[in-house]
Write a protein that binds this ligand. Structure first.
Ligand SMILES: [Ca+2]
Ligand SMILES: [Ca+2]
Length: 161
């Protein structure tokens, strides 16, 4: 079946809609790993302004095909920094196969102070081997790369206190 999956670009290809297409269109049966969101949680509050927080990046195979790959070819990474040009890697979550609808998470726990003047931003991003599209395995080809990263401003963590 060659039916095109139409997507609404702003929703990260989550909602199929007729007539609106993503920059890249996925075909029926192809995997599409998508970074959905970054969650902030207050793990422990130690004073009015300080505590421990958990940052979790969530990705999902929003495509209709199984993502079927080999170890070491892909990961979900979590970064932080003052800008997208100065990011530091916090955590890497390796994974291999992802069923349609299955989620992957990368989590980092850190101390936090709401008095910091410049809270960092966070980015969750899917990372692939440079040769993943030419490795002879079509089942690990993410059919849309435009939905592979999400950023969230760390100042929103202050609202948890
Ligand atoms: Ca994707
Ligand atoms: Ca491939």
């Amino acid at each position: 079946m060659k039916a095109k999956v139409f997507c609404f670009a702003l929703m990260g290809c989550l909602i199929p809609l007729t007539g609106l297409t993503c920059p890249e269109d996925c075909l029926e049966g192809q995997p599409n790993l998508t970074v959905l969101r970054i969650d902030f949680e207050l793990v422990e509050q130690t004073s009015e302004s300080t505590g421990t927080v958990r940052i979790t990046g969530v990705a999902e195979n929003t495509g209709s095909g199984v993502f079927d790959s080999s170890a070491g070819q892909q990961s979900l990474q979590l970064y932080s920094g003052q800008s997208l040009n100065s990011l530091t890697l916090l955590e890497t979550q390796e994974f291999v196969d992802v069923m349609p609808g299955e989620q992957i998470m990368v989590t980092h726990t850190m101390s936090w102070s709401t008095t910091d003047e410049f809270p960092p931003l966070f980015q969750a991003v899917l990372s692939y081997d440079p040769d993943i599209y030419i490795d002879g395995n079509d089942d690990n080809d993410d059919c849309a790369t435009s939905d592979n990263a999400v950023q969230r401003d760390g100042s929103e963590i202050n609202d948890l206190f």
